[in-house]
Write a protein that binds this ligand. Sequence first.
Ligand SMILES: Cc1cc2nc3c(=O)[nH]c(=O)nc-3n(C[C@H](O)[C@H](O)[C@H](O)COP(=O)(O)OP(=O)(O)OC[C@H]3O[C@@H](n4cnc5c(N)ncnc54)[C@H](O)[C@@H]3O)c2cc1C
Length: 297
Amino acid sequence: MYDILIIGAGPAGLAAAIYGRRAGKSVLIIEKESFGGQMNFSPKIENYPGFGEVSGMELSDKMVEQAIALGAEVELDTVLSLEDKGESKILHCEGGEFEGKAVIIATGAKHRHLGVDGEEELIGEGISFCAVCDGAFYEGKDVIVIGGGNSALQEAVLLSKTSKSVTVIQNLPHLTGEQKLQDILYADEKVSFIMPAEILSFSKEGEKVSVNINADGETKSVTADGVFVAIGLQPDNEAFKDNVELQYGYVKADESCITSKEGIFTAGDCRTKSIRQIATAVSDGAMAALAAISYIG
Ligand SMILES: Cc1cc2nc3c(=O)[nH]c(=O)nc-3n(C[C@H](O)[C@H](O)[C@H](O)COP(=O)(O)OP(=O)(O)OC[C@H]3O[C@@H](n4cnc5c(N)ncnc54)[C@H](O)[C@@H]3O)c2cc1C
């Protein structure tokens, strides 16, 4: 039986593994896709302390190497369910089952995609999902934000501080985010709105990205240096809905990373929190591991 089972090898799960191993606990990390999680999709990270500029792949490799060098075991498998037998927890996976004393759910979240032509090809090449991560690349440039809810409006407010112009494109005839955010944006001369408009596809025109839209029954293109798709995040915690309390699909926990169930902890983007970044995921990983160590003790 392992001391700590970690579901997900993003920065949260990897940080938890490092803390767990350094406390002398046996640790197994189970990852279903790629070790490093969302970091693998970021071509350039400029806000993780200690690295002026680093590719997501390189940062992933370094975290994975550190966890393995400390003795963490890794398994490429999908966790399908968690059986809570009190002092022991069993993770049922596609390829088998693993038993542990404590479990850390670090399953992350995915940015929702529009699913239109050109989107996947241009991710990291003009299309981004995170203004905190990539806004600085568009200082003094024209950007488009797609979406009209709270996450899109927050992205637009942030980008309006540094970009030359921000065009918000929304599929409904009105914005749906907080009134306070709407007021800030409507009062800003740099910000304009196209709504309602349906996004048809994306294409690259030299260094610029063209967003092809249908507005008022007319097809046209809007061009900018960068496009931020902000139509929400999708957590991946369905498998654990009978084990821990979820809120809008996120595992309910505060900074302590302790869930509603004894011996089950959580870390990173998959938990209820306001800022989802590598630095905050790593912080959660440390908190969750220390809480798990204390529980086992
Ligand atoms: C394109 C892009 C650029 C970004 N740029 C930056 C940036 O510049 N700076 C910054 O700080 N942040 C950035 N972020 C955000 C950052 O990557 C995330 O906040 C961070 O990776 C969250 O870490 P996590 O460990 O909580 O989750 P994730 O990184 O999402 O990792 C969770 C892992 O769990 C695995 N998993 C899920 N369910 C299961 C299951 N049932 N069984 C097994 N494994 C499972 C997933 O496959 C995934 O690998 C970016 C994100 C994206 C998408």
